[in-house]
Design a protein around this ligand. Structure first.
Ligand SMILES: C[S@@+](CC[C@H](N)C(=O)[O-])C[C@H]1O[C@@H](n2cnc3c(N)ncnc32)[C@H](O)[C@@H]1O
Length: 669
């Protein structure tokens, strides 16, 4: 199987429906799918491609007129979305109707010089695995069964000769692709095993095979309290932990029949969470919180997917080029790529490259943005229209801002705000590099809006969040999040979302929309925030995001009931959609009627205001003295006019003296 086909953006096949029952309270959950790989020989790794993609890949290396892949076998596998189908060759993209109607946001890939990139991920704890970037992720299924396939891959690599400076980049990408593909296969095997286990209803606890395939191995039993204590004092044996995780999943799926006498479901769940936490390197608090989002077997798929890097993707900047031209230019430089999928006409997935993708002449000329596929989604949902006034409330480093600017075709205006001044530097750099002429960069706490400025046609709030959707990029999330972080984040998000809503004009002729998004999978940061906004602002309602895939948001979760309209929001998961975990909700603001005004509970939103001397003061929002001082702005406006005239070769007028300055915007303080 060719590397390209293996690492296609959305490879995970839709999983067995049984695996995706909606989560219920853990104590009562009836997990329907079980992965019992100890009980039967592991299925041989499935070859998903008959080699056609391999030959395609070779042709892509040999000549610029590369077909955009897409053999009939290649499935995008988006859950709930029709297969991408054939995309055709480069020429066929000419007619790609809205190549100019792009989409696109920011991404954080590890590309050396790229300003948008994240911090490198720390190594997982307590596990014998190599870094996710350098090796195929281990799976909780026993290793050693897949040697034949990996030999094939090795042969393929050997044919290419020794690693040199020239081919190092490409090989490293190939390794990543291989890692992703192998994990994908592991998940498939896991599901197949689960499915066949369901069929074999009469599995006997005695006489089953153990992890090594030995029949009549000792039946599984949970460790006693004393054994647990003993284990705590030693280094955990990875094989014991792996076997225990599999057994717990299997038993939880058929609890009545398989459970040890005297043991409760919560005994097994507690053990499983503890093992997941040590095996994958999470703190127990986060492991449990994530675990509760999914049925048991699926939770393991989620954890496993977080060990694999997501595909490298770029967004064509349609202000500078068209996707087919960009693709052709990159192919000519030795980049192996393909359109991401039918749902975006500006995205390209990079499979391998002999040049650094973050430093090509096309990158430097602003023809594309390195951006995760998930980051395209909120902007697609926002769907800004030419000539509109848009606020991107938390915008640095600007992936989504520049996407919005492109969709506006450089008309209208985008106010790109970010509370972190330092981060607005990379935002400004991206705005310039991508040739966005309709962007105003500013740096306020988002909670100061709409006092700073309001009346927008659309607002994007890509909120600061815990990053639990991007663990494969930033593994530090596994250990650095506590209950307090989620409480504080959720509080901040609730404050920001009300301000985002209040910044939109219900009178807007073309818009009146807000999109709320996070790269978190936590309910506290997503549905709970959106539900809160619906309650506090009765004149807004949720509307369809317009996104063709993604799971529905929760309307109930662990005893909490949200508005039924929360099903209009969308969740995206690494193990389901092969993109970062993400959440998108879209609101429409309506005119406030008297009744709605009465129903609205005005909440005191406390804003932290940082004064010029660095002191922080809490102010109740709405009580700040916000005022514009046009005298203060005059010298800046004058300077801008002078610069513009100079640039045009005209002689600027002499400077006039400015009156004494006062604060431009006194946000209380
Ligand atoms: C998820 S990132 C935004 C990514 C950005 N939308 C993009 O696509 O490139 C969240 C941003 O929120 C900013 N932020 C945090 N607290 C904020 C606040 N109170 N007001 C405005 N921005 C804030 C952070 O500095 C960070 O840049």
């Amino acid at each position: 199987m060719g590397r390209r086909a293996k690492n296609k953006q959305a490879p995970p096949e839709p999983l067995d429906k049984k695996v995706f029952t909606s989560p219920k309270k853990l104590g009562k959950r009836k997990a329907e799918a079980v992965a019992d790989l100890d009980d039967k020989p592991r299925p041989a790794k499935k070859s998903k491609d008959s080699g056609s993609s391999k030959s395609k890949q070779k042709s892509s290396k040999n000549g610029p007129k590369v077909k955009f892949a897409d053999d009939a076998n290649s499935s995008d596998g988006w859950e709930g979305v029709a297969d991408d189908g054939a995309i055709g060759d480069l020429d066929s993209l000419i007619g790609d109707s809205d190549d100019d109607m792009l989409r696109g946001p920011v991404q954080e890939f590890d590309f050396g010089s790229d300003a948008e990139e994240d911090e490198p991920a720390p190594a997982p704890l307590l596990r014998g695995r190599k870094s996710k970037q350098s090796a195929a992720p281990a799976s909780i299924v026993p290793a050693g069964v897949d040697s034949s396939e990996s030999e094939d891959e090795d042969e393929e690599d050997d044919e290419d000769g020794p690693t040199t400076m020239a081919n190092m980049e490409a090989r490293s990408r190939a390794l990543d692709a291989k890692a992703a593909a192998e994990a994908e296969l592991d998940i498939e095997e896991y599901q197949e095993a689960a499915a066949s286990d369901d069929e074999e209803d009469d599995v006997d606890m005695e006489g089953q095979e153990d992890a090594n395939g030995d029949i009549d191995a000792e039946p599984f039993r949970l460790p006693t309290a004393a054994e647990k204590e003993e284990e705590k004092l030693s280094v955990p044996d990875v094989h014991i932990v792996q076997r225990r995780m599999r057994e717990c999943v299997r038993i939880l799926a058929k609890f009545k029949r398989l459970a040890e006498e005297g043991r409760s479901r919560s005994d097994y769940i507690e053990q499983l969470v503890s093992d997941v936490s040590s095996y994958y390197g999470y703190n127990e608090f986060l492991a449990e919180k994530l675990f509760l989002l999914f049925p048991v077997a699926e939770a393991l798929e989620f954890f496993e997917a977080n060990e694999v890097p997501r595909p490298v993707t770029i967004r064509t900047n349609t202000l500078r080029t068209r996707r087919r031209d960009l693709a052709q230019a990159l192919v000519n430089r030795g980049v192996n790529l393909e359109p991401i999928g039918k749902w975006t006409n500006v995205g390209l997935q990079i499979f391998e490259s002999s040049v650094p993708i973050g430093a090509t002449p096309e990158y430097l000329a602003g023809h594309y943005m390195l951006q995760a596929a998930s980051s395209f989604l909120p902007v697609i949902a926002l769907s800004p229209q030419p000539n509109e006034r848009v606020l991107d409330m938390a915008s640095a480093p600007g992936g989504k801002t520049t996407h919005i600017a492109a969709l506006l075709q450089n008309t209208g205006v985008v106010f790109a705000n970010d509370a972190n001044k330092q981060r607005t530097k990379s935002l400004t750099a991206n705005v310039h590099r991508l040739g966005c002429k309709n962007v105003v960069v500013c740096s306020y706490d988002g909670r100061e809006f709409p006092k700073v400025m309001g009346g927008f046609d659309r607002v994007l709030l890509d909120a600061p969040c815990s990053g639990t959707g991007v663990i494969s990029k930033d593994a530090s999330v596994k250990i650095n999040k506590s209950e307090r972080d989620f409480t504080l984040l959720s509080h901040l998000q609730k404050q920001l979302i009300l301000c985002a809503i209040d910044s939109v004009s219900p009178e807007s002729k073309t818009g009146g929309y807000i999109v709320y998004s996070t790269c978190s999978v936590m309910v506290d940061e997503n549905e709970a925030v959106v539900d809160y906004a619906l309650r506090k602002r009765p004149h807004v309602k949720l509307v369809d995001t317009g996104l063709a895939f993604g799971r529905e948001g929760f309307t109930k979760f662990r005893g909490k009931t949200f508005s039924p309209s929360l099903n209009l929001t969308r969740r995206f998961y690494p193990h389901v959609h092969n993109m970062d975990g993400f959440y998108v909700a879209k609101f429409k603001v309506e005119r406030r009627t008297k009744a709605k005004k009465g129903a609205e509970e005005e909440e005191e939103v406390v804003v932290e205001v940082v004064a010029e001397d660095g002191t922080v003061e809490n102010k109740v929002q709405g009580q700040e003295d916000v005022a514009f001082d046009s005298d203060e702005d005059r010298p800046y406006l004058q300077e801008a006019t002078r610069r513009r005239m100079k640039a045009k070769g005209l002689r600027p007028p002499p400077r006039t003296k400015a009156p004494a300055a006062s604060a431009t915007v006194k946000a209380s303080a």
